[in-house]
Design a protein around this ligand. Sequence first.
Ligand code: PLP
Ligand code: TYF
Length: 411
Amino acid sequence: RFNDITMAPPDPILGVSEAFKADTNEMKLNLGVGAYRTEDLQPYVLNVVKKAENLMLERGENKEIPYHLLDLNVLYLPIEGLAAFNKVTAELLFGADNTVIQQQRVATVQGLSGTGSLRLAAALIERYFPGAKVLISSPTWGNHKNIFNDARVPWSEYRYYDPKTVGLDFDGMISDIKAAPDGSFVLLHGCAHNPTGIDPTPEQWEKIADVIQEKSHIPFFDVAYQGFASGSLDEDASSVRLFVARGVELFVAQSYSKNLGLYAERIGAINVVCASSDAAARVKSQLKRLARPMYSNPPIHGARIVANVVGSPELFNQWKEEMEMMAGRIRSVRQKLYDSLCAKDKSGKDWSFILKQIGMFSFTGLSKTQTENMTSKWHVYMTKDGRISLAGLSSAKCEYLADAIVDSYHN
Ligand code: PLP
Ligand code: TYF
């Protein structure tokens, strides 16, 4: 009976926030979860989101244009989500003039943010590719393993991070992708790899694509940070577009948690690029069939916000400015942390890897025991893999953090 159910361990990322909350020290710093904070370390609601919500409210109030973005004026969204959202999200990812869009070769289904979209694709793999394996990077976002485990999709790891160079183990990555059974799925972070902050160069992406094509593997992109890595939405989608241009069939999961700050709205999508519009229609029908008994249909509010922001040239431009502001703040604390580390550490250690990493995180190379020192002595909360979220760091706290890191490294 229920009494026999054992206690589950806390989530390694979300558990960090719980421990942070319980700490009463005033110097405490939460660098665990990857969530954007202002310089005052407060959550940030984008102005474009507020504007979109006001628009939605106005439209709802004067009932002349009742939610004109809805294709059906009914209580629930269709299983596949809001049509206007699905259209703009695919266009944002692939580019509106991409042939796969024009030829209707993409099956797009609104998902419960990045996680739910990954989970839906995993269910499709389990059902239609029985026994196929998913290759995931070592390391990767912790939840990837949970997602494939629960979907009963076998996975194994490919080498990605080289602790010696604090960079990409490109040769290891290529040989592991080559060694996998033909027709495997290869999970790739579209940009701003979590947790390492290390992405392949454009030349390396081409070689990765060569090997994937040679092996008839299927790329499975996880795009959780479009616009947050380089600051350009198009550039951050270039890895995905490179494969699409080669005519490869692939999956792409998208999330608006970070780039639009819509964390709790749970808005994202799964896109399946197929060889024909026929195949895309069939794939979409099967995704809907999987979603229906899981959660029936997705929530509408976040989808409307995205449809309004991405679909309006004015709000779209303002969004880009706000994203640049957020990415810029993260870059500036990254620089300041690096400067502080160089000034404080007398050991001659090369800290330049911090500047080479991109996106929200820095992978510090701190060991598990060193991260424990960070938390117990310095009240700095972070995941045990050595990742810190720079989005949760302020300029004012950079020196304190540098002291904590230098102390923990030589501990
Ligand atoms: N994938 C990666 C690599 C992530 O870092 C995240 C969030 O941290 C996600 C997916 C999914 O997040 P969400 O479910 O909030 O969209
Ligand atoms: O910081 C990270 O890497 C994310 C944050 O359902 C997160 O894991 C946590 C829970 C969740 C989605 C994202």
